[in-house]
Ligand binder design. Structure first.
Ligand code: SAH
Ligand code: SF4
Ligand code: F3S
Length: 447
């Protein structure tokens, strides 16, 4: 029998990318096969994000296009999952009258059953309960065949309730996976050719706090570091308040742990950090940065910043710039504050105007561009080990890969190097990448 066609479009963070892979695997087990042409699909799923209003707008307009498709093909099933679906629930049907299915972030494992019901009875469904135990958490990663890197979800949810953030309301309470289950998954991935894993959670530093086996994130890193075949370990995202000395001590000691940390600071002003409910001051953040650099000289540090949080004054913004000048981040993701329904900040006064937010973002991004280029230039002349990911996008004769510090490097090389770790001498630096020459001596034996 010919298989029905499934088209999934993913918005938002890596957590959603992982969830989409799990959805595809589940539905492939019940008569569907994936297609990358939405026009051929029998079932379209949008895996959605609600982190900022812009993200939500993009999804509504895409849903509009799919509804137009359904007007010509009435048997087409359209479902929305993920964070925006969790947030809107039943209300989604008002926005999108021809939508068939709304399922929340804890209902992924029930997708085949829900789709089956729809096919048989044609009834619209809304399933957005949040559970104490998230069943889909134990579904293993499903990287595409031939991949050399994979994400591995180690926990779900968030208990931090930063005042601006909608995630704790949409992903539920924090829950960590048992350590042996994660180890088993990483071992399985190495058998499939994976060399690099990125451990995924909203706040990986608090891994294990919801379990009673006494194993924390540093224990997890040390255990995974001993698995043969794993050459690189990364993780995201770290909350500064939970970055422990033991974890800092893993850098430089656990061989596969890459010399890079994404440590979102959000603001350099103690007053704003307090309003944001972040649980640290700028001084405490700087102390953690100093400890990281002491344990692991040359470590790459990247971060996230929000401009225009309610009540942010010029002097608060100046404090953020001052912190940036002090740390000199290797890269920075910066956002204008966006009001999210139901969060603490949504009801705070003294909203900052769009014009001021735009202006502050531009100033901040210009400063960061200087720091990024300066740090990239400092790499010139260095020998870096580069895990080769594939052909470069621009030059057909070039390969592309990443340093352990997570910088993109392009270099002249053949396709048979894909999946290998090569020594590359850095010769040029650009705003978003490096250029280098491969050492013909062969692959770097890192492990
Ligand atoms: N759990 C991670 C990632 C959260 S979302 C963490 O704690 O860092 C990624 C980034 O989006 C956040 O770090 C923050 O900088 C930004 N963000 C979250 N909510 C936002 C909002 N309402 N407006 C603007 N940016 C926001
Ligand atoms: Fe959101 Fe804060 Fe949780 Fe990150 S730690 S997901 S920013 S509430
Ligand atoms: Fe977006 Fe949800 Fe991730 S709001 S950023 S998809 S956790």
């Amino acid at each position: 029998m010919e298989k029905k066609k499934l088209y999934i479009q993913t918005f938002g963070c890596q957590m959603n990318v992982q969830d989409s892979e799990k959805m595809a695997a589940l539905l492939e087990g019940s008569g569907y096969e994936s297609t990358d042409d939405s026009g051929l699909a029998d079932l379209i799923i949008l895996n959605t994000c609600s982190i900022r209003e812009k993200a939500a707008q993009k999804i509504y307009s895409q849903l509009g296009r799919f509804q137009a498709l359904k007007a010509q093909k009435p048997q087409l099933i359209i479902g929305v999952g993920g964070c925006l679906a969790q947030q809107w629930g039943e209300r989604f049907f008002r926005r999108a009258p021809s939508l068939d299915l709304v399922f929340g972030t804890h209902q992924i494992h029930r997708l085949p059953e829900m789709v089956g019901d729809l096919e048989r009875k044609g009834e619209r469904k809304v399933e957005t309960d949040l559970c104490d135990r998230v069943c889909s958490l134990e579904l293993p990663a499903q990287p595409p065949s031939g991949a050399i890197s994979s994400f591995v979800t180690i926990m779900q949810g968030c208990n931090n309730f930063c005042a601006y953030c909608v995630v704790p309301y949409l992903r539920g309470r924090e829950e960590s996976r048992p350590l042996p289950e994660i180890v088993g998954e990483v071992e399985m991935l190495t058998r499939r050719g994976i060399r690099e894993v990125t451990l995924l959670g909203q706040n990986v530093n608090s891994y294990g706090q919801t379990r009673s086996d006494g194993r924390d994130f540093a224990d997890l890193i040390c255990t995974l570091g001993g698995i043969a075949g794993i050459e690189r370990i990364r993780f995201t995202t770290s909350h500064p308040k939970d970055l422990s000395p033991r974890l800092i001590g893993c850098f430089g000691k656990v061989a596969p742990l890459c010399e890079h940390i994404h440590l979102p600071v959000q603001s350099g002003s103690d007053r704003v950090l307090g309003l944001m409910n972040r649980g640290y001051t700028a001084g405490m953040y700087l102390e953690k940065v100093a400890a990281l650099r002491k344990a692991c000289p040359g470590i790459s540090i990247t971060s996230d910043v929000i401009v225009g949080f309610p009540g942010e004054e010029e002097s608060d913004f100046e404090a953020t710039l001052a912190l940036m000048r002090e740390v000199r981040f290797d890269n920075l993701f910066s956002f204008q504050y966006s009001v999210r329904e139901g969060t603490a900040a949504a009801s705070m006064d003294q909203k900052v105007s769009s014009a001021v937010k735009r202006e502050r973002l531009q100033i901040l991004q210009e400063l960061q561009a200087v720091h990024t280029l300066e740090n990239n230039r400092a790499c010139i002349g260095r020998m870096e080990s580069v895990l080769v990911e594939g052909p470069s996008k621009k030059e057909s004769t070039e390969m592309t890969g990443r340093t352990r510090g997570n910088r993109i490097v392009n270099f002249e090389g053949k396709r048979d190097r894909i999946g290998k770790t090569m020594f590359v001498r850095i010769t040029e630096a650009f705003p978003h990448s490096l250029h280098g020459e491969m050492e013909e001596k062969g692959a770097a034996d890192v492990h």
